[in-house]
Write a protein that binds this ligand. Structure first.
Ligand code: HEM
Length: 143
């Protein structure tokens, strides 16, 4: 009987809730995240428009949260002299991200809100990474 059939991980421990079988083995949650990809939308926002972008994201529709392969989102506000806000997203793989950006959920997530419809950003670019290493504090639940 294989470890997977026995409900065990490669290290012999019982399969936990965050564990997922892939291929012939089992990959624990903390290793799975290492294979993720990070896609950051870097948006230049003049300081005077900072509260507007914060407001728009506070009213975001949240559909991305239910996308297959979506793992994490963070809106990062600059705390130095820069005007670049980062929309940090983490995905299972490129296919999951590409499926979302070509979906109607993406379009809905970027529909112009009522009221002030002027763009908040003067420039934006996509930064793409693969997660090379990842660690979380041992007393925090990995997300
Ligand atoms: C042309 C470039 C883009 C600009 C200027 C932009 C700006 C915005 C703004 C202002 C919002 C808040 C909702 C709204 O007001 O429409 C939003 C939502 C969002 N954006 Fe973008 N965005 C762009 C492309 C992207 C890309 C490439 C990504 C992926 C890295 C991304 C990730 C997100 C996410 C995750 C949300 C929340 C959607 C949800 O809750 O379902 N954006 N974006």
């Amino acid at each position: 009987m294989s470890a997977a059939e026995a409900g065990l991980r490669n290290d012999g421990r019982a399969l936990g809730r965050g564990d997922r079988p892939i291929g012939f083995g089992l990959v624990p949650e903390e290793d799975r995240a290492k294979m993720s990809v990070v896609k950051i939308n870097a948006i230049d926002v003049p300081a005077a428009r900072g509260e507007e972008i914060a407001k728009r994201f506070a009213a975001r529709i949240g559909e991305v949260d239910n996308q297959d392969g979506f793992e994490e989102f963070q809106l990062l506000r600059p705390q130095d002299e820069r005007d670049t806000w980062l929309v940090y997203t983490r995905w299972r793989d490129d296919d999951a991200f590409n499926a979302w950006v070509t979906s109607s959920a993406f379009v809905r997530g970027h529909a112009q809100p009522e009221g002030d419809t002027r763009p908040v950003g003067t420039h934006s670019e996509l930064w793409e990474f693969s997660v090379e290493q990842r660690n979380v504090a041992s007393n925090s639940h990995p997300s």
